[in-house]
Design a protein around this ligand. Sequence first.
Ligand code: ADE
Length: 230
Amino acid sequence: MTLGIIAAMSEELEILLQDMSLEVKKVKANMTFNKGKLWGKDVVAVVCGIGKVNAAICTQILASEYKVDKVINVGVAGGIGKEIYPGDIVIADNLVEHDMDTTAFGDPHGQIPRMDTFDFKCDTELVELARKACKSIKDINTFVGRIVSGDEFVASIEKIQWLEKEFSALSCEMEGASIAHVCYLNNIPFVIIRSISDNANNGAHMDFEKFTPIAVKNSTALLKEIVLSM
Ligand code: ADE
């Protein structure tokens, strides 16, 4: 079993790479694929860069060239809703691309036209492993629900209110749904786990800078628990 681990930003993978015993490092599509052993498992860990296109290219390489059996995406995200704060964890059970818009043809926001699904569902076993791993880590609040992704750093109350109303989303980021989309097309079980770095509101970019290190620490601790339990 080979596990693909994707993060969008180098700081999200930094701690994890220190624990990894590297076998081969290859650059493809300007992304570095680190193949080796991590916490006793065969993994390929990679920083994909920001946004849906980078994430999709990276996931397809993991599928086609590394033949990974499962994919986990970790990183930070904006929290939606009053009870979610920086440092909290959101485990996606499904994802939607919030910037997909063919409403002119009568489709709902987020629907990819001519696709046989509205949302991309995470693997139930991986969600359960993540949920259990969260329970074993003290002082981390965990939520399970929908994450929405789009090529936008959300930083306004109007936009989060829209994302909440339109999609009942718990969190927003810029890669998860795209990774989910590629995994769906390739039949690869996946889960997206995000640690909240900001509340996607007017001061989001400042909170992001402040809370990202804590958020990264939390999601790495969680990932370790998950990988150890696999
Ligand atoms: N990642 C972290 N915070 C985010 C936000 N507010 N919008 C989109 N992606 C994010």
